[in-house]
Design a protein around this ligand. Structure first.
Ligand SMILES: Nc1ncnc2c1ncn2[C@@H]1O[C@H](COP(=O)(O)OP(=O)(O)OP(=O)(O)O)[C@@H](O)[C@H]1O
Ligand SMILES: [Mg+2]
Length: 276
């Protein structure tokens, strides 16, 4: 990557008016899918949108957005890739596909700082950050790097993912990042006869939101087209905007925007004390 221009400590100027982190306690619940589709939905609404793939262990944004390479760097700065009107950066652009990535905490920290400081984002309205699963170094580094306007937590409806999702919520609270709400993904599968099969149980998102006193922002259906769109690099919000699931993503993006503080100022400006 380009040389580090940003140092390793202290809050940097955010490229976007609002920075929103997408987290979960558990892996594979749909964070990246949500991040991609809300980014595309916001861009379609006319906003200037960036998408930062902070999952440097398993970067999925390039595949999900259908872009393999960054454009050439300009004047020593990284030019973001762009698709569906969304500017993006991912470690996936900088390593071979499938290559195992072993990072030490400080390397992760400086990667995130470079994603903020060395990428030619221009002025953005929204930066969506796709976090890796769990409550590890990435969210901490992110919160120490730039002011976060808010975080959302993705969960499945099943009770067993509640404990994990609760940890995700508490992580934001510890980082002093306002929790904008909970997103329940794969809430049901609509069968051809119109009945709804609750593959992963029911009620988890509502329960989590209630216990934390935050809104339940969406209950997103399970739809094979969502998975196909992710694998093919054609987010459902762009490829089939009239489908119920695409509309649910657009509505989710609107709800997230409605939760943001109107002055654009972030809640978190972090001086985090690490315990243990
Ligand atoms: N609503 C949905 N309907 C159908 N498939 C979905 C839905 N949401 C996500 N998926 C699929 O589930 C899989 C996991 O989703 P995704 O990669 O977004 O999860 P993640 O939480 O980002 O995972 P990780 O923790 O590994 O980063 C992907 O194949 C994705 O296409
Ligand atoms: Mg992911």
């Amino acid at each position: 990557m380009a040389n580090v221009v940003s140092g390793t400590r202290g809050l940097m100027k955010a490229p976007a008016r609002y920075t929103i982190a997408v987290a979960s306690g558990k892996g594979g619940v749909g964070k990246s899918t949500v991040a991609v589709n809300i980014a595309v939905a916001l861009a379609k609404s006319g906003a200037r949108v960036g998408l930062m793939d902070a999952d440097i262990y398993g970067p999925n944004i390039p595949t999900m957005m259908g872009v393999a390479h960054l454009p050439p760097a300009k004047e020593g700065r990284i030019e973001p890739a762009e698709a569906y009107g969304v500017k993006m950066i991912s470690i996936g652009f900088l390593v071979k596909p499938g290559q195992a990535l072993i990072w030490r905490g400080p390397m992760l920290h400086s990667a995130i700082r470079q994603f903020v400081g060395d990428v030619n984002w221009g002025e953005l309205d929204y930066m969506i950050v796709d976090l890796p699963p769990g409550t590890g170094d990435a969210p901490l580094s992110l919160a120490q790097t730039l002011p976060l306007s808010g975080g959302v937590v993705v969960t499945l409806p099943q009770k067993v993912s509640l404990d994990d999702a609760t940890r995700g919520l508490q992580m934001f609270q510890q980082l002093q990042v306002p929790v904008l709400g909970v997103i329940e993904n794969m809430s049901y599968l609509e069968l051809p006869d119109g009945t709804r099969m609750e593959v992963f149980g029911r009620g988890g998102g509502q329960q989590l939101a209630e216990s934390a006193g935050v809104p339940l922002l969406a209950t997103l259906p399970m739809d094979p087209a969502v998975r196909e769109g992710g694998d093919n690099g054609t987010p459902i919000v762009a490829s089939d905007p009239d489908s119920p699931v695409a509309k649910a993503f657009v509505e989710l993006a609107e709800r997230i925007v409605a939760q943001l503080p109107k002055d654009g100022e972030a809640g978190s400006s972090v001086d985090i004390k690490l315990v243990g």
